[in-house]
Design a protein around this ligand. Structure first.
Ligand code: NAI
Length: 390
Protein backbone atom coordinates (compact mmCIF):
# COMPACT_ATOMS: atom_id res chain seq x y z
CA UNK A 1 0.00 0.00 0.00
CA UNK A 2 1.17 3.52 -0.74
CA UNK A 3 1.94 5.48 2.40
CA UNK A 4 3.97 8.41 3.67
CA UNK A 5 7.60 7.79 4.53
CA UNK A 6 8.35 8.14 8.23
CA UNK A 7 11.16 10.52 9.07
CA UNK A 8 13.35 10.78 12.19
CA UNK A 9 15.64 13.73 12.89
CA UNK A 10 18.99 14.25 14.60
CA UNK A 11 19.38 17.95 15.33
CA UNK A 12 16.94 20.54 14.07
CA UNK A 13 15.57 21.54 17.46
CA UNK A 14 14.40 24.98 18.54
CA UNK A 15 18.07 25.91 18.90
CA UNK A 16 18.86 25.16 15.23
CA UNK A 17 18.73 26.87 11.86
CA UNK A 18 18.41 24.43 8.97
CA UNK A 19 16.33 21.68 10.62
CA UNK A 20 13.13 23.73 10.27
CA UNK A 21 13.85 24.23 6.56
CA UNK A 22 14.19 20.46 6.20
CA UNK A 23 10.79 19.93 7.78
CA UNK A 24 9.09 22.47 5.50
CA UNK A 25 10.76 20.81 2.50
CA UNK A 26 9.99 17.27 3.62
CA UNK A 27 6.31 18.02 4.29
CA UNK A 28 5.65 20.11 1.17
CA UNK A 29 4.48 17.26 -1.05
CA UNK A 30 2.67 15.17 1.57
CA UNK A 31 4.97 12.21 1.05
CA UNK A 32 6.76 12.37 4.41
CA UNK A 33 5.77 12.60 8.10
CA UNK A 34 7.92 13.23 11.18
CA UNK A 35 7.67 10.42 13.76
CA UNK A 36 10.70 10.72 16.03
CA UNK A 37 13.80 12.71 16.87
CA UNK A 38 16.80 13.53 19.03
CA UNK A 39 16.39 17.19 18.16
CA UNK A 40 19.09 18.85 20.22
CA UNK A 41 22.27 18.37 22.19
CA UNK A 42 20.22 19.73 25.10
CA UNK A 43 17.62 17.11 26.19
CA UNK A 44 15.20 19.76 27.48
CA UNK A 45 15.27 21.64 24.17
CA UNK A 46 14.86 18.33 22.37
CA UNK A 47 11.75 17.46 24.42
CA UNK A 48 10.24 20.90 23.98
CA UNK A 49 10.93 20.82 20.24
CA UNK A 50 9.30 17.39 19.99
CA UNK A 51 6.22 18.68 21.84
CA UNK A 52 5.89 21.67 19.52
CA UNK A 53 6.23 19.37 16.50
CA UNK A 54 3.54 16.99 17.86
CA UNK A 55 5.98 14.08 18.06
CA UNK A 56 4.91 11.41 20.60
CA UNK A 57 6.96 12.00 23.77
CA UNK A 58 8.09 8.37 23.91
CA UNK A 59 9.69 8.88 20.50
CA UNK A 60 11.72 11.94 21.47
CA UNK A 61 14.96 10.17 22.36
CA UNK A 62 17.83 11.35 24.59
CA UNK A 63 20.39 10.79 21.80
CA UNK A 64 20.63 9.48 18.25
CA UNK A 65 22.17 6.15 19.24
CA UNK A 66 19.22 5.30 21.48
CA UNK A 67 16.84 6.51 18.79
CA UNK A 68 18.30 4.29 16.08
CA UNK A 69 18.46 1.26 18.39
CA UNK A 70 14.91 1.73 19.72
CA UNK A 71 13.36 2.49 16.33
CA UNK A 72 14.96 -0.63 14.86
CA UNK A 73 13.07 -2.69 17.48
CA UNK A 74 9.64 -1.28 16.52
CA UNK A 75 7.32 -3.21 14.17
CA UNK A 76 7.68 -2.50 10.44
CA UNK A 77 4.43 -0.59 10.38
CA UNK A 78 5.61 1.91 12.96
CA UNK A 79 9.33 2.50 12.84
CA UNK A 80 10.95 5.36 10.98
CA UNK A 81 11.97 4.77 7.37
CA UNK A 82 14.78 7.28 7.19
CA UNK A 83 16.88 9.58 9.32
CA UNK A 84 17.55 13.24 8.53
CA UNK A 85 20.85 14.45 10.00
CA UNK A 86 21.05 18.22 10.56
CA UNK A 87 23.74 18.46 13.20
CA UNK A 88 27.11 20.27 12.93
CA UNK A 89 29.50 18.64 10.43
CA UNK A 90 31.40 16.46 12.91
CA UNK A 91 28.14 14.74 13.88
CA UNK A 92 27.14 13.51 10.42
CA UNK A 93 29.23 10.38 9.98
CA UNK A 94 28.33 8.34 13.07
CA UNK A 95 24.54 8.70 12.91
CA UNK A 96 24.57 8.14 9.12
CA UNK A 97 26.60 4.95 9.43
CA UNK A 98 24.59 3.65 12.38
CA UNK A 99 21.28 4.42 10.66
CA UNK A 100 22.18 2.60 7.44
CA UNK A 101 23.59 -0.38 9.32
CA UNK A 102 20.25 -0.65 11.12
CA UNK A 103 18.22 -0.63 7.92
CA UNK A 104 17.35 3.07 7.62
CA UNK A 105 17.88 5.37 4.66
CA UNK A 106 19.54 8.74 5.27
CA UNK A 107 19.23 12.41 4.35
CA UNK A 108 22.31 14.26 5.49
CA UNK A 109 23.51 17.83 5.33
CA UNK A 110 26.66 18.97 3.56
CA UNK A 111 29.57 18.80 3.94
CA UNK A 112 28.83 15.09 4.24
CA UNK A 113 31.53 14.48 6.88
CA UNK A 114 34.61 16.20 8.33
CA UNK A 115 37.20 14.18 6.40
CA UNK A 116 37.64 12.35 3.12
CA UNK A 117 38.34 9.15 5.08
CA UNK A 118 34.92 9.36 6.75
CA UNK A 119 33.29 10.10 3.39
CA UNK A 120 34.87 7.05 1.77
CA UNK A 121 33.82 4.92 4.75
CA UNK A 122 30.24 6.15 4.34
CA UNK A 123 30.35 5.30 0.63
CA UNK A 124 31.39 1.77 1.60
CA UNK A 125 28.43 1.54 4.02
CA UNK A 126 26.02 2.61 1.25
CA UNK A 127 27.46 -0.02 -1.08
CA UNK A 128 27.38 -2.74 1.58
CA UNK A 129 23.86 -2.03 2.90
CA UNK A 130 22.18 -0.95 -0.34
CA UNK A 131 20.59 1.98 1.50
CA UNK A 132 19.84 5.34 -0.12
CA UNK A 133 21.79 8.39 1.06
CA UNK A 134 20.66 11.84 -0.04
CA UNK A 135 22.96 14.85 0.42
CA UNK A 136 21.19 18.21 0.54
CA UNK A 137 23.09 20.36 -1.94
CA UNK A 138 20.24 22.85 -1.98
CA UNK A 139 20.93 24.69 -5.23
CA UNK A 140 20.79 21.57 -7.40
CA UNK A 141 17.03 21.33 -6.75
CA UNK A 142 15.99 24.44 -8.68
CA UNK A 143 14.08 23.89 -11.95
CA UNK A 144 16.22 26.39 -13.87
CA UNK A 145 19.45 24.77 -12.63
CA UNK A 146 18.11 21.48 -13.96
CA UNK A 147 17.22 23.23 -17.23
CA UNK A 148 20.77 24.55 -17.52
CA UNK A 149 22.14 21.06 -16.91
CA UNK A 150 19.82 19.57 -19.55
CA UNK A 151 20.85 22.18 -22.13
CA UNK A 152 24.54 21.55 -21.48
CA UNK A 153 23.97 17.78 -21.70
CA UNK A 154 22.08 18.14 -24.99
CA UNK A 155 24.96 20.08 -26.51
CA UNK A 156 23.09 23.39 -26.81
CA UNK A 157 26.27 25.33 -26.09
CA UNK A 158 28.74 23.02 -27.83
CA UNK A 159 31.86 21.81 -26.07
CA UNK A 160 32.16 23.49 -22.67
CA UNK A 161 35.21 25.74 -22.26
CA UNK A 162 34.70 27.93 -19.20
CA UNK A 163 32.89 27.50 -15.87
CA UNK A 164 32.66 30.38 -13.38
CA UNK A 165 30.95 29.73 -10.06
CA UNK A 166 30.66 32.12 -7.12
CA UNK A 167 29.32 31.93 -3.58
CA UNK A 168 29.89 35.20 -1.71
CA UNK A 169 28.35 35.81 1.73
CA UNK A 170 29.07 38.56 4.22
CA UNK A 171 27.82 37.15 7.53
CA UNK A 172 31.29 36.21 8.86
CA UNK A 173 32.84 39.63 8.23
CA UNK A 174 33.18 39.99 12.01
CA UNK A 175 34.36 37.54 14.69
CA UNK A 176 30.76 36.36 15.22
CA UNK A 177 31.94 33.05 16.70
CA UNK A 178 33.08 34.94 19.81
CA UNK A 179 29.93 37.03 20.00
CA UNK A 180 27.46 34.33 20.98
CA UNK A 181 26.55 33.12 17.50
CA UNK A 182 26.33 29.32 18.03
CA UNK A 183 26.19 28.53 14.31
CA UNK A 184 29.35 30.56 13.71
CA UNK A 185 31.05 29.02 16.78
CA UNK A 186 30.98 25.40 15.59
CA UNK A 187 31.64 26.38 11.94
CA UNK A 188 34.85 28.21 12.92
CA UNK A 189 36.07 25.35 15.14
CA UNK A 190 38.29 22.92 13.17
CA UNK A 191 37.22 20.00 15.39
CA UNK A 192 33.53 20.45 14.66
CA UNK A 193 33.68 21.95 11.17
CA UNK A 194 36.55 20.26 9.31
CA UNK A 195 39.73 21.42 7.57
CA UNK A 196 38.23 24.49 5.93
CA UNK A 197 35.47 26.80 7.08
CA UNK A 198 34.66 28.53 3.80
CA UNK A 199 35.08 25.50 1.57
CA UNK A 200 33.14 23.18 3.89
CA UNK A 201 30.31 25.60 4.52
CA UNK A 202 29.75 27.01 1.02
CA UNK A 203 32.63 26.02 -1.30
CA UNK A 204 31.25 22.47 -1.53
CA UNK A 205 27.91 23.91 -2.73
CA UNK A 206 29.74 25.82 -5.48
CA UNK A 207 31.91 22.87 -6.51
CA UNK A 208 28.88 20.59 -6.62
CA UNK A 209 26.95 23.11 -8.72
CA UNK A 210 29.83 23.39 -11.19
CA UNK A 211 30.12 19.62 -11.63
CA UNK A 212 26.35 19.07 -11.58
CA UNK A 213 25.42 21.62 -14.24
CA UNK A 214 28.43 21.03 -16.49
CA UNK A 215 28.43 17.23 -16.10
CA UNK A 216 32.24 17.54 -15.93
CA UNK A 217 34.56 16.54 -13.11
CA UNK A 218 37.25 18.73 -11.63
CA UNK A 219 40.67 17.12 -12.24
CA UNK A 220 43.14 19.71 -10.91
CA UNK A 221 43.05 22.93 -8.97
CA UNK A 222 45.07 25.87 -7.69
CA UNK A 223 43.76 27.46 -4.50
CA UNK A 224 44.29 30.55 -2.37
CA UNK A 225 42.69 30.47 1.10
CA UNK A 226 42.73 33.43 3.49
CA UNK A 227 41.64 34.16 7.04
CA UNK A 228 40.72 37.82 6.95
CA UNK A 229 39.12 38.16 10.36
CA UNK A 230 41.72 38.33 13.10
CA UNK A 231 41.40 35.66 15.78
CA UNK A 232 39.52 33.22 13.52
CA UNK A 233 40.88 29.67 13.53
CA UNK A 234 39.92 28.73 9.96
CA UNK A 235 39.82 30.39 6.55
CA UNK A 236 36.92 32.66 5.62
CA UNK A 237 37.69 33.36 1.95
CA UNK A 238 38.90 31.33 -1.01
CA UNK A 239 39.63 31.64 -4.73
CA UNK A 240 40.25 28.51 -6.76
CA UNK A 241 41.29 27.97 -10.38
CA UNK A 242 39.80 24.76 -11.76
CA UNK A 243 40.65 22.37 -14.57
CA UNK A 244 37.98 19.99 -15.79
CA UNK A 245 38.20 16.59 -17.45
CA UNK A 246 37.36 17.76 -21.01
CA UNK A 247 39.95 20.54 -20.96
CA UNK A 248 37.50 23.18 -19.73
CA UNK A 249 38.86 25.75 -17.29
CA UNK A 250 37.07 27.31 -14.36
CA UNK A 251 37.08 29.74 -11.47
CA UNK A 252 35.43 29.15 -8.10
CA UNK A 253 35.06 31.86 -5.51
CA UNK A 254 33.67 31.15 -2.04
CA UNK A 255 33.78 33.91 0.53
CA UNK A 256 32.13 34.63 3.87
CA UNK A 257 33.69 38.06 4.34
CA UNK A 258 32.13 39.61 1.22
CA UNK A 259 30.56 42.30 3.40
CA UNK A 260 26.99 43.12 2.49
CA UNK A 261 26.38 40.00 0.40
CA UNK A 262 23.57 37.61 1.32
CA UNK A 263 23.68 34.26 -0.52
CA UNK A 264 24.75 35.40 -3.96
CA UNK A 265 25.36 32.01 -5.56
CA UNK A 266 25.86 32.37 -9.31
CA UNK A 267 27.08 30.09 -12.06
CA UNK A 268 28.06 30.87 -15.63
CA UNK A 269 29.03 28.22 -18.16
CA UNK A 270 30.32 28.95 -21.66
CA UNK A 271 30.71 26.56 -24.58
CA UNK A 272 31.82 27.01 -28.20
CA UNK A 273 28.35 28.24 -29.27
CA UNK A 274 27.05 30.12 -26.26
CA UNK A 275 26.61 30.28 -22.53
CA UNK A 276 24.14 30.10 -19.67
CA UNK A 277 23.80 31.99 -16.40
CA UNK A 278 21.83 31.25 -13.24
CA UNK A 279 21.74 33.11 -9.91
CA UNK A 280 20.20 32.08 -6.59
CA UNK A 281 18.88 35.57 -5.91
CA UNK A 282 16.81 35.41 -9.11
CA UNK A 283 16.18 31.66 -9.33
CA UNK A 284 13.24 31.52 -11.73
CA UNK A 285 15.32 33.06 -14.51
CA UNK A 286 17.82 31.30 -16.73
CA UNK A 287 19.75 33.61 -19.03
CA UNK A 288 20.89 32.00 -22.27
CA UNK A 289 23.50 33.89 -24.32
CA UNK A 290 24.16 32.48 -27.79
CA UNK A 291 26.88 33.74 -30.08
CA UNK A 292 25.52 36.33 -32.56
CA UNK A 293 22.01 36.22 -31.06
CA UNK A 294 20.04 38.44 -28.68
CA UNK A 295 19.89 37.17 -25.07
CA UNK A 296 17.09 34.79 -24.16
CA UNK A 297 15.34 34.54 -20.81
CA UNK A 298 13.97 31.12 -19.89
CA UNK A 299 11.49 31.24 -17.00
CA UNK A 300 10.29 28.52 -14.63
CA UNK A 301 6.92 26.95 -15.33
CA UNK A 302 6.37 27.95 -18.97
CA UNK A 303 5.06 25.58 -21.64
CA UNK A 304 7.37 26.92 -24.36
CA UNK A 305 7.03 25.55 -27.89
CA UNK A 306 9.91 23.62 -29.47
CA UNK A 307 12.83 24.24 -29.68
CA UNK A 308 12.50 26.13 -26.36
CA UNK A 309 10.56 23.40 -24.54
CA UNK A 310 11.74 23.06 -20.93
CA UNK A 311 13.31 19.71 -20.08
CA UNK A 312 11.39 17.00 -18.20
CA UNK A 313 13.85 17.51 -15.34
CA UNK A 314 12.85 21.18 -15.04
CA UNK A 315 9.10 20.53 -15.28
CA UNK A 316 9.20 17.56 -12.89
CA UNK A 317 10.65 19.96 -10.30
CA UNK A 318 8.14 22.78 -10.84
CA UNK A 319 4.94 22.99 -8.79
CA UNK A 320 3.03 26.11 -9.80
CA UNK A 321 2.24 28.07 -12.99
CA UNK A 322 4.73 30.56 -14.40
CA UNK A 323 4.97 33.95 -12.73
CA UNK A 324 4.44 32.68 -9.19
CA UNK A 325 7.89 32.61 -7.64
CA UNK A 326 9.33 29.30 -6.49
CA UNK A 327 12.40 29.54 -4.31
CA UNK A 328 14.79 27.86 -1.93
CA UNK A 329 12.10 26.02 0.03
CA UNK A 330 10.72 24.46 -3.14
CA UNK A 331 14.24 23.62 -4.34
CA UNK A 332 14.88 21.89 -1.02
CA UNK A 333 11.51 20.14 -1.30
CA UNK A 334 12.46 18.86 -4.77
CA UNK A 335 15.44 17.09 -3.23
CA UNK A 336 13.17 15.51 -0.59
CA UNK A 337 10.49 14.55 -3.10
CA UNK A 338 12.98 12.88 -5.43
CA UNK A 339 14.53 11.06 -2.48
CA UNK A 340 11.06 9.91 -1.31
CA UNK A 341 10.08 8.78 -4.83
CA UNK A 342 13.32 6.82 -5.11
CA UNK A 343 13.02 5.17 -1.69
CA UNK A 344 9.34 4.28 -2.28
CA UNK A 345 10.09 2.83 -5.73
CA UNK A 346 12.96 0.74 -4.36
CA UNK A 347 10.73 -0.60 -1.59
CA UNK A 348 8.19 -1.74 -4.17
CA UNK A 349 10.92 -3.37 -6.25
CA UNK A 350 10.44 -0.81 -9.01
CA UNK A 351 13.10 1.19 -10.86
CA UNK A 352 12.91 4.90 -10.00
CA UNK A 353 12.61 7.30 -12.96
CA UNK A 354 15.71 9.27 -14.03
CA UNK A 355 13.97 12.43 -12.75
CA UNK A 356 13.37 10.85 -9.32
CA UNK A 357 16.99 9.69 -9.12
CA UNK A 358 18.20 13.22 -9.78
CA UNK A 359 19.34 14.22 -6.27
CA UNK A 360 22.85 14.42 -4.73
CA UNK A 361 24.14 11.14 -3.29
CA UNK A 362 27.02 9.73 -1.27
CA UNK A 363 29.22 9.97 -4.37
CA UNK A 364 28.69 13.74 -4.45
CA UNK A 365 29.54 13.79 -0.75
CA UNK A 366 32.83 12.04 -1.45
CA UNK A 367 33.59 14.51 -4.27
CA UNK A 368 32.86 17.38 -1.87
CA UNK A 369 35.24 16.09 0.78
CA UNK A 370 37.91 15.39 -1.86
CA UNK A 371 37.44 18.97 -3.07
CA UNK A 372 38.09 20.37 0.42
CA UNK A 373 41.14 18.13 0.85
CA UNK A 374 42.60 19.12 -2.51
CA UNK A 375 42.02 22.84 -1.92
CA UNK A 376 43.64 22.74 1.53
CA UNK A 377 46.53 20.62 0.24
CA UNK A 378 47.22 22.97 -2.67
CA UNK A 379 46.91 26.06 -0.50
CA UNK A 380 49.51 24.68 1.92
CA UNK A 381 51.95 23.63 -0.79
CA UNK A 382 54.13 25.54 -3.23
CA UNK A 383 53.00 23.59 -6.28
CA UNK A 384 50.85 25.44 -8.77
CA UNK A 385 48.42 22.63 -9.63
CA UNK A 386 47.29 19.80 -7.38
CA UNK A 387 45.54 16.80 -8.86
CA UNK A 388 42.09 16.12 -7.47
CA UNK A 389 42.72 13.36 -4.95
CA UNK A 390 40.09 10.98 -6.42
P1 NAI B 1 22.84 24.85 14.09
O1 NAI B 1 24.00 25.07 14.98
O2 NAI B 1 21.87 25.95 13.89
O3 NAI B 1 22.00 23.58 14.62
C1 NAI B 1 22.60 22.37 14.98
C2 NAI B 1 21.58 21.50 15.70
O4 NAI B 1 22.17 20.24 16.01
C3 NAI B 1 21.09 22.06 17.04
O5 NAI B 1 19.72 21.75 17.21
C4 NAI B 1 21.91 21.30 18.06
O6 NAI B 1 21.34 21.25 19.36
C5 NAI B 1 21.90 19.94 17.38
N1 NAI B 1 22.88 19.00 17.91
C6 NAI B 1 24.20 19.18 18.13
N2 NAI B 1 24.72 18.05 18.61
C7 NAI B 1 23.73 17.14 18.69
C8 NAI B 1 23.64 15.78 19.12
N3 NAI B 1 24.71 15.12 19.57
N4 NAI B 1 22.44 15.16 19.05
C9 NAI B 1 21.35 15.81 18.61
N5 NAI B 1 21.38 17.08 18.18
C10 NAI B 1 22.55 17.73 18.24
O7 NAI B 1 23.42 24.34 12.70
P2 NAI B 1 22.77 24.51 11.27
O8 NAI B 1 23.09 25.85 10.71
O9 NAI B 1 21.35 24.10 11.33
O10 NAI B 1 23.64 23.45 10.43
C11 NAI B 1 23.47 22.05 10.56
C12 NAI B 1 24.09 21.37 9.34
O11 NAI B 1 23.42 21.81 8.16
C13 NAI B 1 25.57 21.67 9.10
O12 NAI B 1 26.22 20.52 8.63
C14 NAI B 1 25.55 22.75 8.01
O13 NAI B 1 26.73 22.74 7.21
C15 NAI B 1 24.35 22.36 7.22
N6 NAI B 1 23.67 23.49 6.55
C16 NAI B 1 23.34 23.36 5.22
C17 NAI B 1 22.69 24.34 4.54
C18 NAI B 1 22.30 24.13 3.11
O14 NAI B 1 22.14 25.11 2.38
N7 NAI B 1 22.12 22.93 2.64
C19 NAI B 1 22.37 25.63 5.20
C20 NAI B 1 22.71 25.66 6.62
C21 NAI B 1 23.35 24.63 7.24
Amino acid sequence: MERRLRMGMVGGGKDAFIGAVHRIAAFMDGKIELVCGAFSIDPDISKESGRELFVAQNRVYPDYKTMIEQEALLPEGERMDFLTIVTPNFLHFEPAKLAMENGFDVVVEKPMTVSLEEALALQEVVQRTGRTLCLTHTYSGYPMVKQAKAMVREGHFGKIRKIVVEYPQGWLSRLSEREGNAGAAWRADPKRSGKSLVMGDIGTHAAHLAEYVSGLRITELCADLTTFVEGRLLDDDGSVLLRFENGAKGVLMASQISAGEENAVRIRIYGEKGGVEWANEDPNNLIVKMLDQPRQLYRTGNAYAAPYTLSSFATHNTRIPAGHPEGLLESFANIYRNFALTVSAKRKGETPSPEALDFPTVDDGVRGMAFIDTVVKNNESNEKWTKFVL
